[in-house]
Design a protein around this ligand. Sequence first.
Ligand code: PLP
Length: 391
Amino acid sequence: FQSKPDSRRHFLHIPGPSNVPDRVLRAMDNPTMDHRGPDFGAMGKQLLAKVRKVFQTEGPVVIYPASGTGAWEAALVNTLSPGDRVLMCETGWFAHLWNEMAERLSIQADFIKTDWRRGADVEQIAERLAADKGHAIKAVCVVHNETSTGCTSRIDEVRKAIDDAGHPALLLVDTISSLGSMDYRHDEWGVDVTVSGSQKGLMLPPGLSFNAISAKAIKASETAKLTRSFWDWKPMLAANATGYFPYTPATNMLYALDTALDMLLEEGLQNVFARHDQVAEATRRCVRHWGFETQCQDPRHFSSVLTAVRLPEGHSANALRATILEKFNMSLGNGLGQLNDKVFRIGHLGDISELQLVGALAGVEMGLRAAGIPHKAGGVQVAMEYLGGNA
Ligand code: PLP
């Protein structure tokens, strides 16, 4: 597929899929090997050990040739039974979709609402768990980085709320857009299933997704009764023990994953997170200077992966994005669900540098002017001052 002829480099600034580094693209461009042959097992074993580091876990991580939605389903069907109750937290569009999926799978989800301007409401989670004396709630499901709003949930605080209530519910967390860009600790935060995907912080194309699994989740899977076949952890974990997969893996995507993990680990995860924190802060300062609000209102929940920007009443975020695409060949994220046309989202995740961010912000500022949206010029300058250490 060839997009409209345009020899300018496309600026991909949606909050995932993110830009794939050349080194990762080159890794994919190797001959596909025999996935039952001896070389594969050695590679698989090494890769399955390495991938744990990015989840900050010592436990198993299974890899599916699927988008993130598949790994959502895997987390639910491996741990729950028909009619089970779960707590879901409506942080935005993706939490809404996960909740809908749970209902379609005949799970009874209690949906804790938010105004889509902050992360999960930990106090309400604590109250619901404290009220559940009979321990009917089997799992608490939270989206770590809500990609539709740019709000992050405090998983450490959710864990504490579950512990303080003395409640045995499993903790299932979606890190599809945060893993590899924001600090995330599967073991330390006592998460039972971490769901993730390849196309965001991991700097890979779409196509792989993950479940990191605690010992408690594996135990739950032994009695969970939801129907599962492709998603079943059991044959996957059995084959993974020797570095293989129960069916044909996405071999070239695994080469890419191996290289992307090397890149993240060579830079050092803490440095990767700090780089994202910095570009996110620069973006917010720029947005504030323009005179706009970020969708996320709580500074403790600001995302380092993306910034969702609210336009003033009467201005169309979709028209602005179309102008920017047309004039400057840059893609920005659209508003999802109730935020359609009200916000645009600037992705600053994965393979992102200071200069790339300044370029993206310049594209937005020029677009605001071209689209006739009132704003205070000079936001990019503010971002540069901050990134240059002069703020
Ligand atoms: N959860 C979050 C937080 C996401 O950002 C996305 C995709 O953007 C999904 C789930 C769905 O993943 P996928 O589109 O890879 O199926």
